[in-house]
Write a protein that binds this ligand. Structure first.
Ligand code: FCB
Length: 470
């Protein structure tokens, strides 16, 4: 199915954004993450992180690249702020690099690291853009990783200390906070499958990392509040899980996957308990931590990209993750989703699953569900500049329009969604696949670091403007 068939096609006309049903005051933003954009890996006292070590290991990153320079946001942030001002976004979601602020993950803070974020935060405020930082987007300080990283319970305490340091420094100016990005991906791909840093292949032995990330989240919420921070959430990835068929083996495998990929990471926060089937895999004494994990948050962040189709385990090769096959001893297998458009990363484009996911959240959590922000959504579309220098990424426009309309449908069904952060402002270092996949509204020439706003950039600006004047 071609992108043009995404419903309805008149969405390319930004003035039609009013028809999507997004509520008044809906917040528009863009997202990035430190290791993916900053570069300056060895400058101004920054310590190494798990991602520096991993990306420098031979064979780990598809194109042999790393984040040493990335998009040089560390030096070019004034230009990037100017681009965001042009877009008219309300907020910028970026992440603090823990090892820039606390080079070894505990102990002394690095004044030069805080200075960089002072310049960034102050520049954003001057441009009328609300800084909306994530404390941790996967880049664990290397000395902590070497002590077991998130498999080690102590990392949750180190993280809470770091959260306190950052909040003491920034709570006067930062009015929206995100603790952790996608603990599910770090657990499953980082500690379980070895596709991302730290590259361990523990399979179900990765569960302690999930628990300690959630504990770190809860402790960070408490530390942030103690230092005067308000308006705190988490950014959790959610992949609606479709069983491959109605046969009992597929249904069972899909049920397990759904608990593992989705509810394992939201139930403890929103309900104060784990899905029962997950309990045997958790570290001893986990129940004693649930009160800390479920400390109330002000809003819940959903990152959505695509649904996943799951079948009973199979010897046959199924869907790949970042070009890697999953371990065939797992109690499920992933199956390609057919009949939908695909991004250049080969991810299926299914906006209606986004609506269904948000409605599921309302049904599952009811009164316990705080307002939702979409903290990430976007697509890899690798179009580059044509002879005239224009980047005509029409498929990104179609993707984004269809997903914003899908959010509008969820709002119409009674889900309280307050805002949307597009992933990403810039093309950047896409983890295990390096610079091969481009998610930006702005094209980056990695040789010259030139930024070229794509057609989707101009379209997003027009959408925001149309809704402001509606
Ligand atoms: C999410 C990550 C983000 C980016 C997008 C494409 O899982 O949080 O950093 O890589 O995927």
């Amino acid at each position: 199915m071609p992108f043009e068939n995404l419903p309805p096609s008149d969405f390319r006309d930004a003035s039609n954004a009013r028809l999507w049903g997004l509520p008044d005051g809906f917040l528009f933003g863009v997202s990035t993450a430190a290791y993916q954009v900053e570069g300056a890996a060895n400058e101004d006292g920054r310590g190494p992180s798990s991602w520096d070590a991993f990306s420098h290991e031979a064979g780990r990153i598809l194109d042999g690249s790393n984040g040493d320079v990335a998009t040089d946001h560390y030096h070019r942030y004034p230009q990037d702020i100017a681009l965001m001002k042009q877009l008219g976004v309300d907020a910028y979601r970026f992440s603090f690099s823990w090892s820039r602020i606390q080079p070894t993950g505990d102990g002394a803070t690095n004044a030069a690291g805080l200075d960089f974020y002072d310049r960034l935060v102050d520049g954003l405020l001057e441009a009328g853009i609300a800084p909306s930082p994530t404390l941790f987007h996967w880049d664990t300080p290397l000395p902590l990783e070497e002590r077991g990283g998130w498999l080690n319970r102590d990392t949750a305490d180190r993280f809470a200390d770091y959260a306190g340091i950052v909040a003491e420094h920034f709570a006067d100016r930062v009015k929206r906070w995100i603790t952790i990005n996608e603990p599910v991906v770090l657990t499953m791909l980082g500690y379980g499958a070895g596709i991302q840093a730290p590259g361990l292949q523990l399979g179900f032995g990765a569960f302690p990392a999930a628990h300690h990330l959630l504990l770190g989240h809860g402790k960070a919420v408490t530390a942030l509040r103690a230092a005067g921070a308000t308006n705190i959430g988490i950014a959790n990835n959610h992949a609606p899980t479709w069983p491959a068929s109605n046969n009992p083996e597929d249904l069972q495998a899909a049920g397990l996957y759904d608990n593992l990929a989705n509810w394992l990471f939201s139930d403890p926060i929103l309900l104060g308990r784990y899905p029962e089937v997950m309990e045997p895999l958790l570290p001893e004494g986990f129940a004693d931590d649930l009160a800390k994990i479920s400390v109330p948050i002000d809003w819940y962040g959903v990152n959505y990209y695509n649904p996943v189709k799951v079948a009973a385990p199979s010897e046959e090769a199924g869907a790949l993750i970042d070009g890697h096959e999953l371990d065939s001893s797992l109690p499920f297998s992933l199956v390609d989703i057919e009949g939908y458009p695909r991004t250049d990363f080969d991810w299926p484009v299914v906006p209606e699953a986004f609506t269904a996911l948000l409605v599921d959240f309302k049904e599952r959590y009811g009164e316990r569900l705080p307002p939702i922000y979409i903290t990430e959504n976007g697509c890899a579309i690798n179009d580059g500049p044509d002879a005239s220098g224009r980047v005509a990424d029409t498929r990104r426009i179609d993707y984004t329009a269809a997903h914003l309309a899908a959010v509008g449908d969820a709002v119409a069904a009674g889900v309280d969604v307050r805002g949307y952060f597009h992933w990403s402002l810039l093309d950047n270092f896409e983890w295990a696949v390096g610079y091969s996949q481009r998610f930006g509204l702005v094209y980056v020439d990695y040789e010259t670091q030139e930024r070229i706003p794509k057609d989707s950039f101009h379209w997003y600006r027009d959408v925001i403007a149309a809704l402001r004047t509606a």
